[in-house]
Design a binder for this molecule. Sequence first.
Ligand code: MN
Ligand code: MN
Length: 308
Amino acid sequence: MDKKLLVFGHKSPDTDSIASSIAMAFLQTKLGNSAEPRRLGNISKETEYALNHFKIGVPELLTSVSEDDNIILVDHNEFDQSVDNVQNSHIYMVVDHHRISNFQTTDPLYYYAEPVGCTCTILYKLFELNHIMIPADVAGLMLSAIISDTLLFKSPTCTKLDITTAERLAQISNTDINTYGLAMLKAGTDLSSFSEEELLDLDAKLVTIGNTVKAKIAQVNTADINDVMSRKDKLEKVMQNGINSLNLDLSVLLITDIINSNSQVIVLGSRSDLIEKSYSVKLENNTAFLKGIVSRKKQVIPILTANV
Ligand code: MN
Ligand code: MN
C-alpha cells in the first residue's frame, strides 16, 4: 500500500479508541505500510494520564476525510459514531468489539470483530498473528485500554481473554495492573472542571426503549458518589432542560462508583417508573442506589427494554 493509512476510533474518544489507533498504526508501520493514528475529539483525563505515564504523544485531530483517504476504523463501526464523510472514504480495515450496525462498504475489506471487552484485546492477537513484538510503551497503553473498558475486569463485558491479554501486556510493560489501573481510573474521575452540561454529555446515549420510551442515558465514573451527588440540583435542572428540548420520556444519569462497582442513579421524566420496576427500587427525591450495576450496555438498556 503506497497511500498513508489513517487510523482512528469513535467520536468522544475513550482510552480504547486512542490506544487502539496508536497500536494499530504502529503495527501497520511494522508491516511496511505508512500509517498514522488520529483522534476525533478531545481526550479524557484518564487517557491523558495513560499517555503521560507511558510517554506517548497525543494523536492529531481529524475532522473529516475525503474519497482519497485510506482509513482503518478501530473501536467502532457505526458511521454515526465516526468521522464526517466516512462513507465516501476507502475503509481498508475495521477492528472492533461492538455490534455491527449502519455499516456498508463498496469494496472488500479486512474486518476483525470479537465480542470481547476491549479492542486492544483483539489487537494483541493481530500482533501475534503477524509476529510483531509489542514495545513496552505501546503494551502499557493497550493495557490501559483494557483496564478502562473493563473497569479493572469488573465490568460484565470483561472476558477471560481480556484478563489473560492484560496480564501479558502488564509483563511486557512491567506494570502492576492494580496499582496503575486504580490510579489511571481515578485520574479519569476528576470531574471538578466540567460544568453540569458537560458532565451529562461526557458519555451519553440517546436510545428508544421498546419502540416507545425515548430516553437519554448518561454515565459518569467516580471514586466518590457523594462528590457528584453534591451537584444533584444543578444536574437535575440540566436533565429537565434536556427532557423539554428533546421531548424525552426518561432521563437517567448513572453515577458509577468504579471502586466498589455500584451506581447511584438520578432519574427524571414521565417514565421514571421504568427504573423502579426494573431494579425493584423506590426513587426518593429522584434518586436510588443500584447495587452491582455498572454497565449501560449489559445491565441497563436490556433490563429497561425487558420491563417496558
Ligand atoms: Mn470505546
Ligand atoms: Mn472499546
